[in-house]
Design a protein. Structure first.
Lengths: 511, 336
């Protein structure tokens, strides 16, 4: 059995409703291999890995482990066979100690009954030593930095004798040194015969750590590359399904007066380390009719910046200067921000965007219900007309206006949010990951809508983790790193590859 | 003119319709049961007697009035445990103001209603601005209001003796215990009906109600869309306090006294009525019409059990089962 791959997925298919999340995917993982998975959001990477880790069980197709067909009933089942997933949102309990997390659910006991904490701490220390870090096993996980938490999650998987590790964007919140340390750990793991499925958007990283890279698109394998030399353009083309230029058309249209200017805006971290120098802040400007991108790693301050501008960050947590049309402002809350002419489409539409059980109509007009009302009574007809206009202009596909918004696809939900934001007739539109979990077709339509909005003179500040999106949609891209703006790129001048590299977090050539 | 989008269930299948009007069907079911199990006298069903039917509504009117306010609170995802104590405080207040302070009916009613409104709004302020869960805030409110009622009454029920002169309450107030229209329709039932109808219209048509649903449906989304979440919560808790005070006034009128222990445990019946009415405790979904049906269902159930002289302990058991059944039905409901 030595020549059979460690893991083979053959013809794996999984449908959600009518849509195929995975469509006859064949994928293998050899011993000691790091196999990178690439693809846009919704391409099927996560579903595939959730199938492999036993989280999704009602799929078609076969999975073999060491050449033997297996069928997992649950994640615990898969873990018992040596397959462990480390999700992007780590499944650690912040309040519990490092060792309690590692031994969660299978704590050793002393002869007399109670949990043998001494043994737990001891074994934890040994495990952590294998991942190359020294941590106090008694410390609550919540006090650790993200990179340390990531390593604890790996140690937890190792403690369960995992031979197959699935890592979902493991470096998205790590500092460069932490990334190096994690790569070293992965190197040791493969020496020991373990293998890794590695989901990431960062081509540079994949080139360093992976042996092979498979690109998924619309639930199918679109291309396979030798990870040693990844041709960026071909990879992105395989991801998007067409030449990048065809999907994204940066407008570079007429721009008007300056709308927003930030001077050395410093976002204070929640817990400040004493004696640490504050970083130079974020400086940028947005003109009317301009789309400006915000790029940077998770934790670089993208979302925090948008929240601060919209007044939802904690007041007093930032200093510096924010000017709107030349006037110094300091929004205290969303209501004030809306009055100032701002609108925000938040990052996670299900958590902070939509009332999922409520109708498309109720969700669309939420921001302007007051305006649709006369003496406090909502004019039903105007409400319906307004929603109909949005549905038509934005090409929202739906059954009826009264359907719960949860029944729409991700792309159409996003359009509802965009419609709601634009109904307030903002001067400046703040977008946080506007196409996350949106299919390619709806994506193109959303880009067109943004273009049209900009053409009407609306300024747009767009935060995104998708380089191709930033390069394709924005006039300029500001790169954030550690809470400060480190670079500014004009998307006209530079070549695509350079922009991709820059947007992916490379900080070479800081101005 | 429907608010179907805020009601549970969707689509036009029979099952979906059943779920949407679940509380009405429940009420119909219980009514049918009441008719079947009604004891008869001289060939006439006691349950269907005009006087008995109005007694059902009278008996449930206080709970019904409060449950309208509670519906709003639960729609924003909150809960108000202080309403029972507020009934006691308002009943005591009405009795003391008229019998001891010699105030007229109108000033008394206005002062008590204002007190209920302010008390409710204070609870709203505490929960909205300081971010303390309404369960905790109103649990504290429950104690405070009950304490105030006991202090104000001196620990004893304040009797209402109608007539002129010191120590007597205006005769007008005794109307609350009376009936109109051929001596059949109780005044409390009319008050309940008016409150319910106004609330139904308000909840279906007002911009404020849209904000109520939005806050309950997704508070964060509502805030980011520019909805003044704190204001919505404060006003909703104020409304609930106001209606609880109104129920307290009715209670004093019906009992001809204001007792410091009046209304103990009302909050549980009120919450039961709202839940049976199909309003989701998580907020964002529900209706006043459902709540009214839920309150009537409880009333009919109480009535028919009493008519059949069912042991009061067994009554509790049956009521408990009905509440669980109603909540269970909600779990079965197809979720989007």
């Amino acid at each position: 059995m030595e020549d059979s791959p460690l893991v083979a997925m053959i013809g794996v298919t999984k449908a959600y409703g009518g849509a195929l999340a995975c469509d006859h995917v064949d994928l293998t993982l050899r011993r000691g291999e790091v196999h990178a998975l690439l693809g846009e959001n919704g391409a099927g990477k996560s579903t595939l890995m959730r199938i492999l880790s036993g989280d999704v069980t009602d799929h078609h197709g076969t999975i073999t482990l060491d050449g033997t067909p297996v069928k997992f009933g649950s994640p615990v089942d898969a873990q018992r066979r040596g397959i462990a997933m480390i999700p992007q949102e780590l499944d650690l309990v912040p309040e519990l100690s490092v060792s309690a997390n590692i031994f969660l659910g299978r704590e050793p006991h002393t002869r007399f009954g109670p949990i043998d904490t001494r043994r737990m701490h001891h074994e934890t220390k040994e495990l952590l030593a294998r991942t190359g870090i020294t941590l106090d096993p008694k410390r609550p996980v919540g006090e650790l930095r993200t990179g340390e938490q990531q390593l604890v999650a790996i140690a937890k998987a190792l403690s369960r004798d995992a031979r197959v590790l699935i890592m979902d964007e493991p470096t998205s919140a790590l500092s460069p040194t932490e990334v190096e340390r994690m790569f070293a750990v992965i190197g040791e793991l493969r020496e020991a015969g373990a293998a890794v499925f590695y989901i990431s958007h960062r081509l540079e990283e994949i080139g360093r750590i992976a042996d092979r890279a498979t690109v998924l698109r619309n639930g199918r394998v679109a291309a396979e590359f030798d990870a040693g030399a990844l041709p960026i353009e071909q990879v992105t083309e395989a991801m998007v399904g067409r030449p990048v230029g065809a999907l994204f058309r940066a407008r570079h249209g007429e721009t008007g007066d300056e709308l927003l200017r930030l001077d050395d805006l410093v976002l204070k971290p929640r817990r400040q380390r004493p004696g640490r120098r504050e970083p130079a802040g974020i400086s940028l400007h947005v003109k009317a009719g301009e789309i400006v991108g915000l790029s940077g790693l998770l934790g670089s301050g993208r979302t925090e910046l948008l929240e601060t501008l919209f007044g939802t960050g904690t007041p007093g947590r930032w200093h510096g200067e924010m000017r709107l049309r030349g006037k110094v402002v300091r929004p205290r809350g969303p209501r004030q921000a809306v009055r100032l002419g701002l609108a925000l489409v938040p990052e996670d539409r299900r958590i902070s965007g939509l009332a999922l059980a409520h109708s498309v109509r109720a969700n669309t007009v939420l921001s302007i219900v007051d305006r649709l009302a006369r003496v406090g009574i909502v004019a039903r007809k105007r409400e319906t007309e307004t929603t109909n206009d949005v549905v038509r202009d934005f090409k929202i596909k739906l059954g009826s206006l009264g359907d719960p918004v949860a029944t729409l696809s991700g792309g159409n939900q996003q359009k509802v949010l965009l419609g709601r934001a634009l109904l307030t007739e903002p001067a400046l539109l703040l977008l946080d990951e506007p196409t996350r979990g949106v299919d390619v077709g709806a994506k193109a339509e959303i880009y067109q809508l943004l273009s049209a909005a900009a053409a009407r003179g609306i300024g747009i500040l767009l935060a995104s983790s998708e380089p191709a999106e930033l390069v394709g949609v924005c006039d300029r891209v500001i790169v954030l790193h550690g809470g400060r703006s480190t670079r500014e790129l004009d998307t006209r001048g530079a070549g695509e590859a350079e922009l991709l590299a820059a947007a992916m977090g490379s900080t070479e050539g800081t101005p | 003119m429907t608010t179907a989008e805020f009601l549970p269930g969707r689509g036009s299948t029979i099952a979906a319709t059943l779920f949407r009007f679940q509380s009405l069907f429940g009420l119909a079911l219980v009514l049918a049961g009441a008719i079947v199990f009604s004891p008869a006298k001289n060939g006439e069903l006691l349950f269907l007697g005009g006087e008995n039917l109005f007694n059902v509504v009278r008996a449930i009117s206080e709970i019904g009035i409060i449950s309208v306010g509670m519906t709003f609170v639960i729609l924003v995802g909150g809960i108000d445990l202080s309403v029972g104590s507020m009934v006691g405080l308002a009943a005591v207040g009405s009795a003391v103001l008229m019998a001891h302070n010699g105030l007229g009916v109108l000033p008394t009613v206005l002062i008590v209603l204002a007190a209920g409104l302010v008390f409710g709004m204070l609870q709203g302020v505490t929960t909205a601005l300081f971010g303390i869960q309404s369960f905790i805030v109103t649990l504290a409110g429950l104690q405070v209001a009950r304490g105030l009622a006991r202090i104000w009454s001196g620990g004893q029920a304040v009797p209402l003796v109608y007539g002129d002169g010191p120590g007597r309450a205006p005769v007008t107030f005794s109307l609350l215990g009376e009936r109109t229209f051929n001596g059949l329709v109780p005044i409390p039932a009319i008050i309940f009906a008016v409150v319910a109808v106004l609330a139904m219209i308000f909840l279906r048509t007002s911009a404020f109600a849209r904000h109520v649903y939005a806050v309950g449906g997704n508070e964060k989304a509502a805030r980011l869309s520019g909805v003044n979440v704190a204001r919505v919560k404060i006003l909703v808790f104020g409304l609930c306090g106001l209606l609880a005070a109104l129920a307290g006034i009715v209670h004093a009128g019906q009992g001809n006294q204001g007792g410091p222990n009046d209304g103990i445990g009302y909050e549980l019946d009120v919450i039961a009525a709202v839940v049976i009415g199909g309003t989701a405790l998580s907020g964002g979904r529900g209706s006043v019409s459902g709540t009214v049906a839920g309150a009537l269902l409880l009333g009919v159930l109480n009535n028919i059990l009493a008519l059949n002289s069912v042991d009061s302990n067994v009554q509790l058991l049956i009521k408990g089962l009905v509440i669980v059944a109603a909540a269970g039905l909600q779990r079965l409901r197809p979720t989007p």
